[in-house]
Design a protein around this ligand. Structure first.
Ligand SMILES: Nc1nc2c(ncn2[C@@H]2O[C@H](COP(=O)(O)OP(=O)(O)OP(=O)(O)O)[C@@H](O)[C@H]2O)c(=O)[nH]1
Length: 551
């Protein structure tokens, strides 16, 4: 993550995501706890209410059964059995059966009524499956007949094919003597309508299960028997009354449930609610939260990209411009940064800085130019003679050295003319020093104009001049010397306003293989000049080279 743009982008995302997620998670956690508390309270109310309704239904049936035990026909029939008079009396078992059938027809919650003697042999039954005098089949009746009602555990009845509950009550004579028993079998499905009315919310369900977890009844759904609740779930619900558990019910739906035990029956009353229904609002809120966070992140990302762009683009311009400065280009004003913020100010300051640098640079260039010109002047002064403008003695030595090198390389000779103004001392004394200077300058000008561009003219000292003719032998040099001498005759002297007759003596030599230094060359040229002077002045004297002499 090297660029500022990506840093801004990730910072913006984090600063949006972290608080949103933390607050969102806290809020969902609180909501979840709230929902859990609510659903727990709701299920508790539901289960305890349903449990009470089951007890009330049983108690109602016990009460109903109790009133039937006091029916005269039943008491009389059992009294006769006790007194061994059944064959003589008019209330025979057949008549009792008819009575029981009529009662059953009247009370549609009853599936069968059976009258038993004290030995639990059937006296009469509304059901045709019982034959009189045969023992009453039951594994839940106690040994002893008491005055208390006995209620059977709910069970799937093989004969009726449904879950039944039986209530057995003693039939007592008028003098409070137990004559036998009345067994009434009820269909547990009758309690379904009671349970349905208990549930306010249509999505909730009440389940009744026996002590082994077999499902007996569901308030809103028909059950195919046998159906068993997952043992571990049932065990938890049974052992933790009022505590909820989440599991898949017999319809394979995720449900939240808790349970209470009924008091009158060995059954567990379970209240359950569909998990999806309970958490529907929570899920809706969660989805809305995800959408809102997504939108927020999108907006923040767009703003972050824009911000990063507005910072990084001018910075790139500044970096490029700085690179140009490093390369020496100062003409790079940043004009496309129009922001008024710090970046804009930075660009403005950058422009001011480059403006100043440009200004300083032009000053430095001007100073450099002036210095260069002065250096050139100094250089010129260091190699020229102030009076005549010809090369001075120092430069002359360098020129001769270079010519000697060239000569040694290419073997093409150069020539040297040593020139002296005749009787200059006398002119100087007669006309004055200023006029003497004028004469010297005029002679020098004549020399400069008489040679080629590749030749050199220098003032050797006083009234003596030396000319170097490159790649020129003594014969050609003599021609040039003669031309110089003949041109220098009358010189117009301004200071004296007169024409002065001036003659020159010229010594000519050509470079020789033995010439090793400027001193040797000048010495030989001076000797030739001496010869010219000695011969009468106003003439040139050329020294023939050794090679010519020996050939
Ligand atoms: N006006 C002027 N005179 C100079 C300058 N330098 C040297 N002189 C004079 O030039 C004269 C040179 O004289 P010489 O060359 O010795 O003698 P000359 O009179 O020329 O005689 P010859 O060379 O033998 O013909 C001297 O009087 C110097 O004072 C100068 O720069 N200006």
């Amino acid at each position: 993550m090297k660029s500022i743009k990506s840093k801004i982008f990730f910072f913006a995302l984090l600063s949006t995501l972290v608080p949103s997620l933390v607050l969102g998670l806290l809020s969902f956690r609180q909501n979840e706890e709230l929902i859990n508390d609510n659903v727990k309270r709701e299920l508790r109310i539901l289960a305890s209410h349903a449990s009470r309704e089951v007890d009330a239904w049983i108690n109602l049936n016990v009460h109903e059964a109790n009133s039937l035990t006091s029916a005269k026909i039943i008491i009389d029939s059992l009294s006769n059995v006790v007194n061994q008079q059944s064959n003589q009396l008019k209330n025979s078992p057949e008549i009792l059966k008819q009575y029981l059938v009529s009662v059953q027809n009247k009370l549609d919650t009853i599936m069968e009524l059976t009258v038993l003697d004290t030995n639990r042999h059937v006296i009469a039954s509304s059901s045709s499956r019982y034959v009189p005098k045969e023992p009453f089949q039951s594994d839940w009746l106690g040994e002893k007949i008491t005055h208390k009602p006995v209620i059977s555990p709910p069970q799937l009845h093989d004969y009726f094919g449904t879950i039944t509950v039986s209530i057995i009550l003693p039939v007592v004579s008028y003098d409070d003597y137990i004559l036998g028993q009345l067994a009434i079998t009820y269909d547990l499905n009758n309690v379904k309508s009671v349970l349905k009315s208990t549930i306010k919310s249509p999505r909730g369900e009440i389940l009744l299960a026996d002590s082994d977890g077999h499902l007996l009844l569901a308030s809103h759904t028909d059950i195919t028997h046998p159906t068993v609740i997952v043992p571990s779930v049932f065990d938890y619900l049974y052992k933790h009354p009022g505590e909820f558990a989440t599991f898949r019910n017999f319809l394979q739906e995720q449900v939240i449930a808790l349970a209470y035990s009924a008091k009158t029956l060995p059954i567990t009353v379970i209240a359950e609610k569909n998990h999806r229904d309970v958490y529907a609002a929570w899920l809706e809120q969660r989805n809305l939260f995800i959408i809102l966070v997504g939108i927020s992140i999108f907006i923040v990302a767009v703003v972050a990209i824009y911000l990063g762009h507005s910072i990084v683009t001018p910075l790139h311009r500044l970096i490029d411009a700085t690179g140009q400065i490093v390369k020496g280009n100062l003409d790079i004003p940043i004009t496309d940064v129009t922001q008024k913020d710090e970046v804009g100010k930075l660009a403005h300051m950058f422009n001011l800085m480059t403006e100043k640098l440009r200004h300083s640079q032009s000053k430095i260039l001007a100073a450099n130019k002036a210095m260069h010109e002065k250096n050139q002047l100094l250089e010129k002064l260091s190699i020229t003679d102030g009076l005549t403008g010809l090369y001075n003695r120092n430069k002359l030595a360098l020129i001769i050295k270079e010519q000697l090198h060239r000569y040694q390389r290419n073997k093409r000779p150069f020539s040297v003319l040593m020139i002296d103004v005749d009787y200059f001392k006398e002119l100087n004394d007669r006309l004055g020093h200023v006029a003497g200077d004028e004469i010297l300058a005029a002679v020098a000008k004549n020399l400069s104009q008489s040679i080629r561009n590749i030749d050199f003219a220098a003032r050797y000292g006083g009234d003596e001049f030396i000319i170097i003719l490159t790649e020129t032998n003594v014969r050609e040099a003599s021609i040039t010397a003669e031309r110089i001498r003949s041109r220098t005759s009358e010189i117009k002297c301004k200071s004296t306003d007169s024409n002065i007759k001036v003659t020159l003596s010229i010594g000519i030599i050509q470079s020789e293989p033995n010439d090793k230094s400027p001193t040797t060359i000048i010495s030989r040229a001076d000797h030739a000049l001496y010869k010219a002077k000695h011969a009468g002045r106003n003439q040139a004297y050329a020294v023939q080279p050794v090679s010519v002499l020996t050939s």
